[in-house]
Design a protein. Sequence first.
Length: 439
Amino acid sequence: MHILSGNRLKLWVSVAAVLGGSAAAISAAHAGAFAVREQSAYYAGMSYAGAGVGDTLSSMYWNSAAAAAAPGMNTETHVALIIPDSEITASFAALGGAAESGDIADAALVPSSYANYQVTDRLYLGLATNSGFGLVTKPDNTSWAGAPIAITSDVFSININPTIAYKLTPELTIGVGAQIEYLDIRLNNGPGLTAGGRSAELDDFGFGATAGLSWTPRPGTAFGIGYRSAVNFDLEGDYAALGVGALGGANLIGSSSADLTLPDMVTIGLRQALTDRVDLLAGFEWTNWSRVGSIAVDVVSTTFGPVPAAETLRLDYEDGYFYSLGVEYDYSHSTTLRAGIAYEESPITDETRSVLLPDANRIWLSLGATYKYSEKISIDLGYSHIFAEDADICRSAPNSPCSEGAAILIAEGESSVDIVSASFKYKWGGADPYLEPLK
């Protein structure tokens, strides 16, 4: 599939907006690697503790059973403003260049939306529109020492997730769904390792599935588990490398292709009432980043013919893990307060980290609130601050692990992030559940 034209991409975004009330995310990633966690202002206020329980509509991203979280017809629109502060400083650079990258990430908005419709007392339909993967890194100083390895890293995605949920009993709900995802990747670097630099842009549609279970074994206790499948892409697009030494200093321009599989994910959530007004929530998330491996970009040039593995992104990530704990307090009939803390193990290690994405382990601290304006309207607010560990970077060639005594770049990345989230929820009314409630 070739790169989408501007008009076709605008049409796709418009369709996504009509179906789910959301646009795509363009952001520096703020979950492990280039995943985007900012899918719910409600759970943002608790560092995403309990996101997999399935008892609110925005839990649908993690657990398909959440399509049955509210009776009748309901819609939610969420948006997160991400304000990152990230910089890389080189202590050694064989190719020269400035020591500091300047800020490598800009502020961005990440929208998401959810809707459900109750068909019968047991059957519900749902629709979620999200961007589960996104990344933009571009240094303010494009002539810094790491520019020959990477200047711009841009990952753009839209995911439409129709779901069906069914109440087996008043206490037990199951759900399944489909993923329809568009992915666009753009990478480029500056001159140095290749005389004039190189760039690639590729895109494709992929398909996957989701599933989930929500269980309330007794009043005050709720448990949920959700699964998002891997999505495979046969990416195609354009590639250019200017002044390639191995080809006599000529320009290599042609069509490119690459296989990429985005990882599957399992999320577990727990909600436990401590008193009539206080709930404790906990969450665990595993993301199968280790399946990504290395990505070879093959090129077919009109001048040189096939050039296998013209570019290889040696990601070689480990699996990612996220642990969260939160508390929710019903301050009044109309106001609920919440807070949370989380620890995230990045799938990117010292051995595989590069200037493409200087990710590291991080701690989340969050505060949030819900205000119920009326029986139909409520608003969520959330704030999170992320403390990231310093990220050591060592490279001996573009995107390859560092070998002792042959480093071309040794650097350290420092990052922190502020995230402000908000949502608007509307109950359209309609059917009520007819199943006997839990006694």
